[in-house]
Design a protein around this ligand. Structure first.
Ligand code: AMP
Ligand code: MG
Length: 902
């Protein structure tokens, strides 16, 4: 078969007939297409006859190796089922698809990915799955990956624990007697894999006339080791060797190890909770037997392929998802980065390549996707991270890559109860295995390992601190840094960023809203969107600045005078007669002055002499000398009609509200107030008016955040409480996305029920960051949803009220103020002197509730004894948050610190 056939398959032949477009499937082209038989095994380490193992009996896999190319140095991307398989089947690294645990399905993050079988399906192949190919359990929303296949999968979704012997009549005797193993004298079909072989044979018979991608996934040798007795009988217990090396590597960092729970959970009653020497031999015996059992099932399928005459048109691929420990290094099962877990058997047998080849080059399981696409001439997605291994099939002595990568989480099985702490990245080069365990909080390397495979193939000694290897360590670290990009990390999310970075990102997304017309009296806290000019002079006339007498200054230049009172002008009235020398007019503060007057004297320096004839009498002045202009203000001295008195961009404070009134502006153009939807989430959260039952908590965040929004000048829209349930969250969040900003609380930490980021992403909200170096307030989430006119900003604040408020003050308020039209700025701080010494754990910048006092000369601040991020009570006694930087752990009394006003 030549490559042209494959190319033809890629083309879609269209005929224009009477009935319209007709698509001709690839197998009706002028030559036979090439099939793929894709055989997976579960947890099989490199322990097969064809790989040189002298005890394992694997004649059928050995036969396949003699017909194909055996990859001596193939490695999985993560030594645990779901990440390894998801990586292989998507052709992407675990970091790229963010799959590092068992329960998370890759489509939760990447719904549109085209998997390896799906690519074949899209190219006209019949893609079928029998047995375990995708992960097998705890992914109930997906149950495998139905979109990858042409027909429903069979025997693909179940628990390994359910693979108990199925026989007619009474339950068979178990001759093993050792936990995590089983030895029953039953037919192959009593267990999953025997039935899977049968289903695969049926499938081959049915699909033989069309191009097919048939995936056959066997569940063994995965624990429990329960092959039928006849496979145990292939081995003599006395031939089974104890683990080598039995000890953990010298100088191994504890992070590299794990609790071996998958096997050890069966041995809790043994001394130290470990299998005894005899148990260990039984387990190792059972594992060999399971290899032979699965080998026999593979043999049946290969036999049928040959019987049907399909061997020459079919590429057969054999792989295991990862390796396994059977007591070596004191470890059991997988989830480490050691060679025993990382290395896997891989065989590719193509019709045109010579059989019995051994490829020495380093390869990765994620290379299988591009390899099969290449061999079948399918156009693979461009973002695949593996390489086609065709060069090694053509030339088994060659290389395709200098280094291969395996990674694992710590803890080994991260969950809500055991959150992710570290990721170990392990790089295998020709000679070395180099591993870095990185903190997921800030990426720093917590531990390193180096194994020199030239002198220490069993990895018995970590050489990371051995001075002989100092240069090697440096160059391997550089090589690792240059070859793989670590994700911006946290478990399932991105890395925790500094607050300055968070503010920079918020600034990029927050935009001032459009201007609206508002009543000036409602505009407090808004930003003026127009220049405002005065329509009057101020003062509108020459006016008196004191209660007293309008005079001609020249009359009072010595400070004393006796003047005839001309008239009395009361408030709101105009003078009726002009003033002349020898006369005075009685006036009130602010009153208009009569013509001819150029100064005023204060009433306090005067006495009135009454007039017997009933006139107003005389005023006798005895005070300081008076000059023209004293105690009077001339018209328009403060503000002229037509003069600009307020500028667009000004913040409208009470003074501006007054000025607007003075210049006759009842309505003004101002930047609209952001409408901010406030949603509290959490099954435990109940409204304030209810009495909380056990495990319930009143919704303090809703009212707190709504009033916080008001204090920022924005308008809250209270959406109440949504439980931790996708449907309710979706409906509430959808409503919230109609606002200018959505502020959520709760559900953004890292728990299983922290569904908020997931629902936001489904609703098209793009995450900008998740988690900020801030205490309290770390889990804050920020993203945006592109809208028709403007984007909606979304803040997911922590559930704990103090965390929510602190994150609100430091991150949400700058956004709101900028949306309100003010220049973007961090929340202002002020300096104060610590009145008592203070210590904190560091790690993150801390904002601590404190009381600020001023005695007129010095501003001092006292941190309060505070009970953490749920303690609103203490916070309410505080009037400031003191900022304690992360780097400094101890602060002395008298030290100057920065604080934020509460
Ligand atoms: P979460 O961020 O959802 O993990 O919540 C952290 C803590 O905050 C939990 O103890 C919640 O009970 C509490 N919490 C969550 N939402 C609220 C709320 N609306 N009001 C008061 N406390 C809350
Ligand atoms: Mg597995």
């Amino acid at each position: 078969m030549n490559h042209r056939v494959g190319q033809l398959r890629r083309l879609v032949f269209v005929l224009v007939g009477l009935l319209g477009w007709v698509i001709v499937p690839p197998n009706t082209a002028d030559a036979k297409a090439r099939n793929v038989l894709f055989i997976a095994v579960d947890d099989m380490r490199v322990e097969l006859g064809c790989y040189g193992d002298t005890i394992a009996k694997s004649p059928n896999i050995d036969r396949l190796a003699s017909q194909g190319t055996l990859f001596q140095r193939a490695y999985c991307q993560q030594a645990v089922c779901n990440p390894s398989r998801a990586s292989l089947l998507t052709g992407l690294r675990p970091d790229t698809i963010r799959i590092w645990d068992l329960p998370t399905h890759f489509r939760e993050h990447e719904p549109e990915l085209v998997t390896l079988p799906q690519l074949f399906k899209q190219n006209g192949y019949h893609a079928q799955c029998v047995g375990k190919i995708f992960h097998n359990w705890r992914q109930d929303d997906y149950q495998g990956d139905p979109t990858s296949w042409s027909v429903p999968s069979q025997m693909h979704y179940n628990s390994h624990g359910n693979d108990t012997p199925q026989v007619e009549g009474k339950a068979p005797t178990d001759y093993s007697g050792v936990p995590r193993t089983e030895m029953c004298d039953v037919p192959d079909e009593a267990y999953f894999d025997g039935r899977i072989a049968q289903l695969a044979i049926d499938a081959l018979q049915q699909v033989q006339d069309q191009p097919f991608f048939l995936a056959v996934g066997f569940w063994k040798p995965h624990a429990p080791f329960n092959p039928p007795k006849r496979y145990w009988d292939l081995y003599d217990r006395s031939d089974v060797q104890p683990p080598e090396p039995a000890e953990a590597p010298a100088d191994v960092p504890p992070l590299a190890m794990h609790d071996s729970r998958e096997i050890r959970r069966g041995f809790k009653d043994r001394p130290d909770g470990r299998p005894t020497v005899e148990d260990t031999l039984a387990l190792r015996h059972g594992y060999y037997a399971a290899i032979s059992y699965v080998d026999a099932q593979i043999g049946k399928v290969l036999d049928e392929l040959e019987r049907l005459g399909l061997r020459d048109d079919t590429i057969v691929v054999f792989w295991s998802d990862h390796g396994f420990h059977l007591g070596e290094h004191t470890l059991w099962a997988k989830t480490s980065n050691f060679e025993l877990d990382a290395r896997v058997p891989v065989i590719i047998a193509t019709p045109e390549h010579t059989g019995g080849q051994r490829a020495e080059g380093l390869v990765e399981l994620l290379d299988l996707y591009p390899t099969l696409a290449d061999l079948c001439d399918l156009q693979a997605p461009e973002n695949l991270e593996g390489k086609s291994l065709r060069p090694l099939l053509d030339e088994p002595g060659g290389t395709v890559k200098d280094a291969v990568f395996t990674q694992h989480t710590r803890p080994a099985y991260p969950s809500t109860k055991e959150p992710l702490v570290a990721m170990g990245y392990s790089m295998r080069t020709d000679q070395f295995r180099y591993t870095e365990w990185c903190s997921v909080e800030d990426g720093h390397v917590m531990a390193r390992e180096l194994y020199d495979h030239e002198e220490d193939p069993l990895e018995t000694a970590n050489r990371a601190d051995d001075s002989r290897y100092a240069d090697t360590m440096k160059s391997l670290a550089a090589q690792m840094a240059a070859t793989i990009t670590r994700p911006e990390f946290t478990y399932g999310q991105t890395k925790m960023i500094p607050i300055e970075e968070a503010l920079r990102l918020i600034e990029q997304h927050a935009k001032p809203l459009a201007a609206i017309d508002v009543a000036a009296v409602d505009a407090l806290g808004m930003t003026l969107a127009e220049d405002v000019a005065s329509d009057i002079d101020s003062p509108p006339y020459d006016k008196a600045l004191v209660d007293g007498y309008a005079v001609v200054a020249d009359d009072v230049k010595s400070g004393t005078a006796r003047l005839k009172i001309l008239e009395e002008v009361t408030a709101g009235r105009m003078p009726t007669q002009p003033l002349a020398s020898g006369l005075a007019t009685r006036i009130m503060t602010g009153a208009p002055l009569p013509d001819g007057c150029d100064a005023a004297v204060m009433v306090e320096t005067t006495e009135v002499e009454s007039d017997a004839k009933g006139g107003l009498g005389h005023v006798v002045i005895q005070g300081k000398p008076i000059k023209p202009g004293v105690n009077v203000m001339s018209r328009a001295q403060a503000m002229q009609r037509g003069q600009k008195v307020l500028q667009a961009g000004s913040l409208i404070r009470p003074v501006e509200v007054g000025l607007l009134a003075e210049v006759g502006r009842v309505r003004v153009k101002a930047i609209a107030r952001p409408r901010v939807a406030v949603l509290s989430t959490g099954d435990e959260v109940v409204p304030a008016e209810t009495t909380p039952q056990a495990a319930q908590i009143r919704n303090s965040n809703g009212p707190l955040l709504a009033s916080f929004v008001v204090s920022c000048g924005a308008v809250p829209i209270e959406l109440g409480i949504a439980p931790d349930e996708i449907g309710s969250l979706r409906a509430a969040i959808q409503r919230g996305l109609e606002a200018d900003m959505l502020v959520l609380s709760g559900g953004v930490s890292a728990g299983v029920l922290d569904l908020v980021p997931q629902v936001l992403s489904e609703l098209g909200v793009q995450q900008v960051f998740h988690k900020v170096q801030l205490k309290p307030g770390k889990p804050v989430w920020f993203g945006t949803k592109t809208g028709e006119n403007a984007d909606t900003l979304v803040f997911g604040l922590p559930g704990n009220p103090v965390g929510a408020l602190v994150a609100g003050m430091l991150l949400v308020r700058p956004a709101l103020r900028h949306m309100l039209g003010q220049p973007f700025a961090a929340t202002p701080t002020f300096g104060a002197v610590l009145s008592t010494a203070f210590k904190h754990k560091g790690g993150r910048p801390t904002y601590h509730p404190s009381v600020v006092k001023s005695d007129g000369t010095e501003v001092t601040v006292e941190p309060l004894t505070w009970h953490g991020s749920a303690d609103l009570c203490t916070l309410s006694r505080a009037n400031a948050l003191v900022h304690f930087p992360a780097e400094q752990l101890e602060f002395a009394a008298g030290e100057l610190v920065e604080a934020v006003e509460l």
